[in-house]
Unconditional design. Structure first.
Lengths: 136, 136
């Protein structure tokens, strides 16, 4: 019914001091560090116009997630009833795409410095999009 | 550098009266209609707990996008300077994943009725996530 699979090639990787999923904050207001997005040279032109101060959504591929999980206890709290992953932000889900709202601190060639990224080192980056404003 | 491609299987499809990309509004406040997300039966359990009134982000695969486009005139306006797609919301980009903030109107078995979805009929659905609140 849903048709064929699609193939996604990461456009870059996260470079971060976070190296362990268990240490990664679940949300950026829980203490995520600054990090770098290192974009592959072949996608460099796609960064044109991105500047310090921009608010962007970074899409990542949560490559350590369990894609067979359909139901979880929200936030791992066993006292809470099992809930379908589409009603939670669990990283474990059929297509574990992470959404991260970050501020751009600097763009240096293919490297984008960002504030408050709750993704671990090496996480594949799929896309960057500006947070919506009226004119972009 | 960025490692291997990842394979994503859509979890469902959009059912909408929008059938033509040129007629699709670029943003939901430009008149997107109500639509249905028809989730594949094998992912039905992942909908548990999703209810009318929930605000969710729907991730779609914009399967008619041009994945070779790296630079565009924002909003197709030729008077505006060419800009890298990572600094725009152009659907044409290396990994054309759509993000759609919608309100759930009803969940009926594997079918999720939503308000203001600016995706055309047949668009593959990759994921649903609740808009962030403190407890999910």
């Amino acid at each position: 019914m849903t048709g064929g699979a699609v193939e996604i090639s990461p456009v870059g990787r996260v470079e971060s001091s976070l190296v362990d999923r268990s240490a990664a904050p679940r949300q950026p207001d829980e203490g995520a560090p600054e990090a770098w997005l290192v974009i592959d040279e072949r996608y460099l032109a796609a960064l044109d116009g991105l500047t310090a101060g921009d608010q962007v959504v970074v899409l990542t591929w949560l490559d350590r997630a369990d894609r067979d999980t359909l139901v979880v206890h929200p936030r791992g709290d066993l006292t809470r009833p099992p809930t379908g992953v589409f009603a939670t932000r669990s990283p474990d889900r059929p297509n574990p795409i992470g959404l991260h709202d970050v501020e751009v601190l600097a763009v240096v060639g293919p490297r984008v410095h960002v504030r408050h990224l709750e993704a671990i080192d090496g996480t594949p980056v799929l896309d960057l999009k500006p947070v919506l404003t009226a004119d972009r």
